[in-house]
Ligand binder design. Structure first.
Ligand code: PAF
Length: 308
């Protein structure tokens, strides 16, 4: 397995690959859900690539960018065992070079930016240098996660676009747990006419139903038990629908009650059209029920597509 840290090295290696390349973009802290994405990627390309990059531009100022787990050796081991061909693991400066006009100092190991100069990643998107592109799909990002995490999807689109441009995959795999992200990326690819197949992978769950997430490792045993109320809430909504209750107000109320019983702090429980994200008052076709809630200090998301 090849591990590459720079765009130049990746491009050189990529040029040697013939056949289809399937990519799994990740932020590392890999778990069985990521391994499932790698396995699915194997069915969509003769070469599988994984990107491991904790992307600063998709985190808000009070979010967990600095504490996000980065177990790179264990991650590389998981990729190797999953039969991945290459891993792209760039630094933040490789992906977001500092302002080219910043004063540089010549040092024995090359040039570096004068200390004290604010790196691009510390600046709001609007203040960064003009080459910093922003891709926005407002109709899909001004709802749900986009409301609770302003700028999050601009950061996701920015990094995924860059990763697509440097890795030039034929297919890329994303999990349905981040349903809105999956939809935003599909729409971006469609809008920009990228010849990349976006492959949707079902959410992988722990045996007790908790959706796998790199953030689950923040949970204390007690919080982990309380976090199970998220999947219970989704299943209760499915059960009510099976019993003939189609009004989403009823399904949402049931889900909220289950979350509140475990003292979760609810960001949203929403029932929306899975394609447009517009609110759905009654389930008459596929309807996305999405939940975001905090268990202690850990924010978790999960969803299910309800079918009448
Ligand atoms: O889902 C993730 O891990 C990230 O949002 C992604 C798609 C790798 C972009 O940083």
């Amino acid at each position: 397995m090849k591990v590459l840290h720079t765009i130049a090295a990746l491009r050189e290696y990529r040029a040697t690959l013939s056949g289809r390349v399937a990519l799994v973009p990740t932020m590392g802290a890999l778990h069985a859900g990521h391994v499932a994405l790698m396995e699915m990627a194997g069915g969509h390309g003769s070469h599988v690539g994984v990107t491991i990059f904790v992307n600063p531009t998709q985190f808000g100022p009070r979010e967990d960018f600095h504490k996000y787990p980065r177990p790179i050796e264990a991650d590389l081991d998981k990729c190797e065992r999953a039969g991945v061909d290459f891993v792209f693991n760039p630094s933040v400066e490789e992906m977001y070079p500092v302002n080219p006009h910043a004063e540089r100092i010549h040092g024995p190991h090359g040039d570096f930016v004068k200390p004290g100069f604010r790196s691009q990643i510390e600046m709001p998107l609007s203040e960064r240098h003009p080459h910093n592109i922003v891709i926005d799909l407002p109709s899909l990002t001004n709802v749900l996660e986009g409301v609770k995490r302003p700028g999050h999807f601009k950061g996701v689109c920015q990094v995924v676009a860059k990763l697509f441009n440097v890795c030039t995959p034929h297919a890329a795999c994303f999990g349905q747990k981040d349903y809105q992200q999956l939809r935003v990326i599909s729409a971006m690819v469609e809008a920009l006419n990228w010849p990349i197949e976006i492959v949707e992978c079902p959410t992988v769950r722990e045996p007790d139903g908790l959706a796998m997430s790199s953030r689950n490792q923040y949970l204390s045993p007690e919080d982990r038990r309380r976090a199970l109320s998220i999947v219970r809430a989704l299943r209760a909504a499915e059960e009510e629908l099976r019993n003939g209750f189609r009004q989403t107000i009823r399904l949402v109320t049931t889900a909220q009650r289950i979350l509140l019983e475990q003292h979760l702090q609810i960001d949203y429980v929403a029932t929306v059209d899975p394609h447009t994200f517009t609110p759905v008052p009654e389930v008459n076709g596929p309807t996305l029920m999405a939940i975001a809630a905090r268990v202690g200090i850990t924010r978790l998301i999960d969803n299910v597509v309800l079918r009448a």
